[in-house]
Design a binder for this molecule. Sequence first.
Ligand code: HEM
Length: 392
Amino acid sequence: MTADVRPADPVAAVTHPDPYPYYADLTAARALHRDEALGLWVACGAATVTEVLTSPACLVRPPSEPVPRALVGSPAGSIFGRLVRMNEGAKHSALKPAVSAATAGIEKHVGEQARRWAEHLFEELKPADDPARVNEFAFSLSGYVLASLLGVASDMLARTAAMVGDFARSIAPAAASEQLARGSAAAGELLDTFRALLDVRAAGRRATLFGELEREVARTGGADREDVVANGIGFLSQAYEATAGLIGNTLVILGRQKDGRAASRVDSGQLDAIVREVVRYDPPVHNTRRFLAHDAVVAGRAMKEGDAVLVVLAAANRDPLANPEPSRFDPFRPSRQAFTFGCGPHGCPGETVATAIATAGVRQLLAGGVKPERFAEPVRYRPSANTRVPVF
Ligand code: HEM
């Protein structure tokens, strides 16, 4: 598809070459509207997105299907059903503070680990020689860094990162039967790995992100050992595709700076600011969904129990009421408001961790001779209803 053909709808927009003028029109004209063809409410403006994400009537899963039918009874389903991301109420309140505290606890270590594993992966994959290996680098990096911080042994990182990929693809809504089968096998292996890690921890060996999570869960109460295991795996699966997209989208933006500024900006240490603006400007996650627990008025519209809302985070990022001159790419934008990591009770605790990993990854790629100009045009994206991840 070319940039001058408008996206058919806000789901197709996710992988459109330039969906932002379309999002701007939707936000200006219909910040919250019903799309009958999609069977969804669509929330676009910063205020409506915030109202939906903070409404107690809006749930992260359809009430009739807490675990997707295709996953019920499988190891992947047993992880899914325990994830903080997929729960509400008592389970969410028990897990969220522990998950957030454990994530905050690793923020000071993540930069060093990200540099270390970016260097290691670069040497192993040699992505400067072949663009396809840039994809592999981008998808593997968060798994290596987070699995290492969770306490997985160095010689098991490659295997763990591969299993996380299979698991993450299997819990995506449109997973094919072959992906479901691979995901189920991977989930079984990840469960074994992380249950064993918990036993090692119990024997008092090492302080890790996983140990931190276990301690926090024990302190806050309301969750069990299997919740710790599932949410340890959850760190990896939550980070997997979005962090790869952030690395890829940053390369695309750098490549479009035709005057060769990319390298000089990196040398002068501006990369972190660039990545943070990419988070707003061309984000790796474009939308999330909510489901009505009961009939309710949300952002001024009467919705029915079971109704689904597509919450277009990427459109809210470009709302001029949140970010003046939203189409201007400005790494030093004051008071930036980005919705890419969500907001409200289910807001992402991993923003600092994700941007540190992406920054280290892009810095390593550029330092190793990868030329972002190669990736600027044309850009293809992996088929997805919510993530924008370029394929090189
Ligand atoms: C660029 C990378 C990332 C993006 C764009 C991203 C985005 C998001 C978004 C939008 C949500 C909220 C979904 C919703 O409300 O429906 C979320 C939730 C979550 N994210 Fe991230 N994330 C990223 C990386 C990470 C990383 C690295 C971690 C962990 C270290 C993480 C852990 C989580 C967790 C645990 C939740 C669930 C929170 C809850 O439901 O209360 N994410 N993420």
